[in-house]
Design a protein around this ligand. Structure first.
Ligand SMILES: *Cc1c(COP(=O)(O)O)cnc(C)c1O
Length: 397
């Protein structure tokens, strides 16, 4: 059933586009688990389905919902955010030059600097928040792809999507955006000029911390190169097999139905948490695009609609009288003392998470040692503030 193109994102999400199973009239789709599909007697595959590593009817509705929310032409689901992101790079050629941000999702940065580089990609990490740095690094005719993440882990650095798209396109490069933190509710990168949008669907799109998944969406290809690249991405998924499971696709569709409610709640609470701890005597700095003095605030205000996301970071001051010497020990002590905030990695679930990010990222991380990354869930904001306040006081007691 085609999407109603006058539906708002809330209605698209709530009804998962309103699809009804034609055979059974079921409002919730069945879970398709077949790994293979019947061939026609004359040796053809008129259904278009052959084998579930390449394609799966279990993906159709979730892919269509993400396509509608992103204003995209097409979406592909992947087995993880990393499978989706790495497919974008694996669809390039050895020797191609790509630009990526210095501040970005840590595992992808590691992969780019190890496997991708060994395989022959010429990866250059730059300050993506600076258009002058992007302009200077682009090599017209050589640079095939610019990868950005906004807001970017774990400092929430904001990149101007429209300005970067213009620079990338002028040099003949594609622009891909990791929009995991912004979600399609707040930002639609394709409308701002991006060629590809990637989500760790593990995070907000699913929203319940109970599966690993990824997605890539494309707009109408702007060039032959963009179209060829997308076909290659599809091939990478089918050949390498970074394919989502049927049950995960079904769960993802269920999670998507409440995306708008969850994201709105997380944004509102994150803003309150950020404002509460901004200028707090035990907090050195709050990093959140929704704070007016945050460096990327003006750009975030332009390209994020309805909120600045559910992710923020606190830099904790060192203790004075306790055993807590520097900000690092204090930050780890704060995370040790929270009850409601769960000490765990990941983000975008209904439960709030707290994490000492430098411990996760290790050597070379741009995360300062006193930084705690917070993923704001959908609990009552007063409970979240009180719990963090109590943990800060105990860490400094
Ligand atoms: C989690 C995450 C990824 C990777 O997604 P996985 O599903 O864990 O593979 C990529 N980018 C961002 C911003 C993420 O938060």
């Amino acid at each position: 059933m085609p999407p109603m193109n006058n539906w708002s994102p809330d209605s698209i999400a709530a009804q998962a586009l309103g699809w009804v199973d034609e055979q059974t009239r079921a409002i919730t789709p069945p879970i398709h688990v077949s790994s293979t599909y019947l061939r026609d007697p004359d040796n053809q595959y008129r259904s278009g389905r052959v084998y579930a590593r390449a394609d799966n009817p279990a993906f159709d509705q979730a892919e269509a919902v993400i396509t509608a929310l992103e204003g995209a032409q097409e979406t592909l689901l992947f087995a993880s955010g990393m499978a989706a992101a790495t497919a974008v790079f694996q669809a390039l050629q050895p020797g191609d030059h790509v630009l990526a941000p210095q501040v970005m999702y840590w595992s992808l940065r590691n992969w780019l600097m190890s496997h991708a580089t060994r395989w022959g990609l010429d990866v250059q990490l730059i300050d993506m928040a600076s258009p002058a740095a992007v302009q200077a690094a682009l090599r017209p005719g050589k640079t095939r792809l610019v990868w950005i993440e906004t807001p970017a882990n774990p400092l929430w650095t904001v990149t101007d999507i429209a300005a970067t798209a213009e620079l990338a396109h002028a040099a003949g490069a594609l622009l891909a955006v990791d929009s995991t933190v912004a979600t399609p509710l707040l930002t639609q990168p394709l409308a701002l000029g991006a060629d590809l949008v990637m989500h760790a669907a593990t995070k907000y799109l699913n929203g319940h911390s109970d599966l690993i998944a990824g997605s890539l969406s494309t707009g109408a290809p702007r060039s032959e190169a963009a179209s060829a690249h997308w076909q290659q991405v599809r091939k990478v998924r089918a050949q390498i097999g970074g394919t989502l499971g049927s049950f995960e696709a079904w769960l993802l569709l269920r999670g998507l139905r409440t995306l708008h409610l969850r994201v709105r709640a997380a944004c509102a609470s994150a803003q309150r948490v950020a404002e509460h701890f901004d200028g707090h005597p035990l907090v050195a700095e709050v990093l959140y695009p929704g704070l007016p003095r945050f460096p990327g605030h003006a750009i975030a205000q332009r390209q994020m609609k309805g909120g600045f996301g559910g992710m923020l970071s606190l830099r904790v001051k060192g203790g004075v009288n306790g055993g807590v010497n520097g900000g690092e020990a204090a930050a780890i002590a704060v995370a040790a003392h929270t009850q409601l905030w769960k000490r765990a990695t990941s983000l975008g679930g209904t439960e709030s998470l707290i994490e000492h990010r430098a411990s996760v990222e290790g050597a070379g991380t741009p995360a300062p040692p006193d930084l705690l990354r917070l993923s704001v869930g959908i609990e009552h904001v007063d409970d979240l503030i009180a719990d963090l306040e109590a943990a800060l006081q105990r860490a400094h007691a």
